[in-house]
Every structure is written in C-alpha cells, then in structure tokens.
Design a protein around this ligand. Structure first.
Ligand SMILES: C[S@@+](CC[C@H](N)C(=O)[O-])C[C@H]1O[C@@H](n2cnc3c(N)ncnc32)[C@H](O)[C@@H]1O
Length: 234
C-alpha cells in the first residue's frame, strides 16, 4: 500500500521536524496557505482535511488559522503520523493513517469545507486522480489549497533549486539522519514536477474553478506557492 514516497518518509522521517526547524520560512509559509483558504472567522462548525499531514506542521497551521474547526489529518507514513500524534492537540483534531488515494475506504468521508494538501500532490503517482478525489470530498464552493514547490521554467530558478539542494538540504539531511535518500528524492521530484502554469492547468482539468496562485516571500518566493481552487458551486 505504501508509495515510493511514503516508504521514504517512513525511513527518513524520524528527524523531519529537526530539519524543517532550520528553515525559518517553513511554518510561516504553511500558515499563509492555511489562511489563504479564506474561510470565515475562527472556523466554528467547519470540517477541514489536512491530507499528507506528515508530522503535523500543516495541521498546526490549519488549527492556528481556524482554531474552532474540526480537522481530519491523514498521512500514509506511520512514522510521520506517530510524530504528529505525539504533539498536544485539542479533541477537534483527529489523525488517520491512510493512503491519500483511498480516503473513503479508510473511513474519511466528505463533504469538507476546506482541504490543505501541503507537499503532497508532487508525491502522488497520479496527481490528476488525486486532485479528482479531493474535489469529490469538498462541498460545492469549498476551497482546496495545494502548497508545494513548483519551479518556473526559468534557468535561474532551477539553478537556485540545484544550489539549495546540493549545498544545504541534502548535506543537512545526510548529517542529521545519516541517510540523504529522502532529500535526494525531494530534489529530483521537484525538478520533475509541474511548473506553476502546468499545475494550475492540472487543477482546472480536474474540475476546480477559480484556480489561482499566490506567492511566498524570501528565498522560496519563486519556488514555493499556494495553488487555490474551489469545487464549482452546485
Ligand atoms: C513533505 S511531507 C509534508 C507534511 C506536512 N504536510 C507538512 O507540510 O509538513 C509529505 C507527506 O506526504 C505523505 N504522503 C506522500 N504520499 C502519500 C500518499 N499517497 N498518501 C498519504 N500520504 C502521503 C508522506 O508520508 C509525508 O508525510
């Protein structure tokens, strides 16, 4: 049942939090994407899904943006999910070990009032099918925020990605975890993934309406984005 990606996160995910804490923009940018869902007030009465929740960083961002919402957080890596569950959470947050491609089979049913998919889509073997499944889980009009690396075609941005991976991310991954496989996979998967226009087109093709992108700041400005779309109104 595990994908190449979830198996890598099971192996290399033990020190995930240590590594992301060295990137000051990581949590700030997830918080931006959670707020960009544009959901009202404190979220009272809303049901949200955090798909590919990992160690819970994106779940925390959702909870802080919408503290009164109930959140279902799903991940396919038992080890990442165990780290998430170990953190303090209110009773409104529940974690489910499941493959994002088979959520209804795991008892995760819509309709949700909003979905955050942070660094997930790039890891799915069939991102189109993944997007269609997420669309089906949303209530009409409700938003999806895809938060991920998506490199523009420009050489300068691709060179920046190579430089960051080979001088910082991969050496740090090897130093902290003793195994850089997860971080080499990150480097490669981002290079192979969609450019921003390709990803917005992919979301439209899957059936999302009002598809748009929003930028980050700092060194990730051209590399990481929020891609937003809504299930069309009924
Ligand atoms: C880079 S982590 C991001 C975690 C979290 N969203 C965050 O922002 O910190 C990506 C997560 O996606 C999960 N993942 C990848 N493919 C998956 C799949 N098919 N089903 C469920 N989870 C998956 C991995 O196990 C991993 O925990």
């Amino acid at each position: 049942m595990s994908t190449e990606a979830t198996a890598l996160f099971d192996r290399g995910g033990r020190d995930y939090d240590t590594l992301v804490s060295a990137n000051p923009g990581y949590h700030r940018d997830l918080a931006r994407s959670a707020r960009r869902l544009g959901l009202p007030g404190g979220g009272r009465g809303l049901r949200l899904l955090d798909v590919g929740c990992g160690t819970g960083a994106s779940t925390r961002a959702l909870h802080e943006a919408l503290p009164e919402a109930s959140i279902t957080a799903v991940d396919g890596s038992a080890r990442m999910l165990a780290r998430a569950r170990d953190k303090p959470w209110p009773a409104t947050v529940r974690f489910v070990h499941a493959d994002a491609r088979r959520l209804p089979e795991a008892g995760v049913h819509g309709p949700f009032d909003g979905i955050l998919a942070a660094y997930l889509l790039r890891n799915l073997p069939d991102p189109d099918a993944g997007l269609r499944l997420l669309l089906d889980l949303l209530r009409p009009g409700a938003p999806l925020a895809v938060h991920d690396y998506s490199l523009p075609r420009r050489n300068a941005d691709r060179l920046l990605w190579h430089a960051i991976c080979w001088t910082v991310i991969i050496p740090a991954g090897r130093y902290v975890t003793g195994d850089a496989a997860l971080y080499r996979y990150l480097w490669r998967s981002v290079l192979e993934f969609d450019t921003p226009p390709q990803l917005t087109e992919r979301m439209r093709r899957a059936g999302f309406a009002r598809v748009r992108t929003a930028a980050m700041s700092g060194w990730q400005r051209t590399l990481t984005h929020t891609f937003l779309g809504n299930r069309p109104d009924a």
